[in-house]
Design a binder for this molecule. Structure first.
Ligand SMILES: Nc1ncnc2c1ncn2[C@@H]1O[C@H](COP(=O)(O)OP(=O)(O)O)[C@@H](O)[C@H]1O
Ligand SMILES: [Mg+2]
Length: 234
């Protein structure tokens, strides 16, 4: 599904250059639940932004679902991104004046899905994250964990090929973190491909594969038996 070959990303600021990704090659298949690990500054977010078609790169190749997406314009990237990628960020990025249901419907508004269908699909996504009883709350009236569940519902409402999460529990306490991991494990069991950036081994223990970075270089790539959280009760 995701195939990158020899990706190099260089940041240039003034006369300084920084190689954030140094000839990275990897493949991610449908149905995987992978964590991207590494210390701060190792290139995790840079990789996520490239995989998620938020950013371009200097050299190498990227194939998404068999299509070469290496050399697209910003508009072309955005069009594919809206269809294929669901994002979850540490800072939730919700619209504070909209209610939960409206936030989740937003990607479907951009995709020009008819109103009735939008509502039905947003409700279904909210059920999958256990928030069907919070649909008409404003997003400033719910807890951090609930906000992140709204963001997850918004990320999956369009049925993307892959769900990408960059330090999704960085702002959450440890119990709420486990709630989010439980949702990810459930979604993955139902078929959603997930790539999660984290710098914490307590989090990556719950994923099926761990890819580690240091100084922009892929250090290791290992499959593991993930720790499993009991279902339900989110
Ligand atoms: N927009 C940018 N401009 C210049 N340097 C950047 C930019 N974004 C990231 N970097 C640098 O690239 C390296 C990798 O950053 P990043 O991908 O954010 O790492 P991580 O997510 O693992 O903490 C770091 O040294 C960081 O300072
Ligand atoms: Mg980062």
């Amino acid at each position: 599904m995701i195939e990158i070959k020899d990706i190099v990303k260089i940041y240039r600021t003034g006369s300084e250059t920084l190689t954030a990704l140094d000839h990275v090659t990897l493949t991610i298949q449908e149905g995987e639940f992978t964590s991207i690990m590494g210390p701060s500054g190792s290139g995790k977010s840079t990789l996520m932004n490239i995989l998620g078609l938020l950013d371009s790169f200097d050299s190498g190749k990227y194939f998404l679902n068999g299509k070469d997406v290496s050399d697209l314009t910003d508009d072309e990237r955005a069009a594919i991104r809206n269809k294929e990628i669901g994002f979850v960020f540490q800072s939730f990025n919700l619209m504070p004046r909209m209610n939960v249901l409206e936030n989740v419907q937003l990607p479907l508004v951009y995709a020009k899905v008819p109103m009735k269908e939008r509502k039905r699909r947003a409700e279904e996504a909210l059920k999958r994250v256990g928030l069907e009883n919070r649909m008409y709350h404003k997003t400033n009236e719910i807890s951090g964990g609930q906000k992140q569940r709204v963001a997850i519902a918004r990320a999956i409402v369009n049925n993307p090929s892959v769900l990408m999460a960059d330090e999704p529990t960085g702002n959450l306490d440890s119990k709420t973190t486990l709630d989010i991991l439980r949702i990810f494990q459930q979604l993955n069991e139902e078929g959603t491909t997930i790539v999660m950036v984290t710098h914490e081994s307590e989090m990556s223990a719950y994923t099926k594969r761990i890819i580690s970075f240091r100084d922009g270089i892929l250090q290791s790539d290992e499959l593991q038996e993930p720790k499993v959280l009991p279902k339900g009760g989110v």
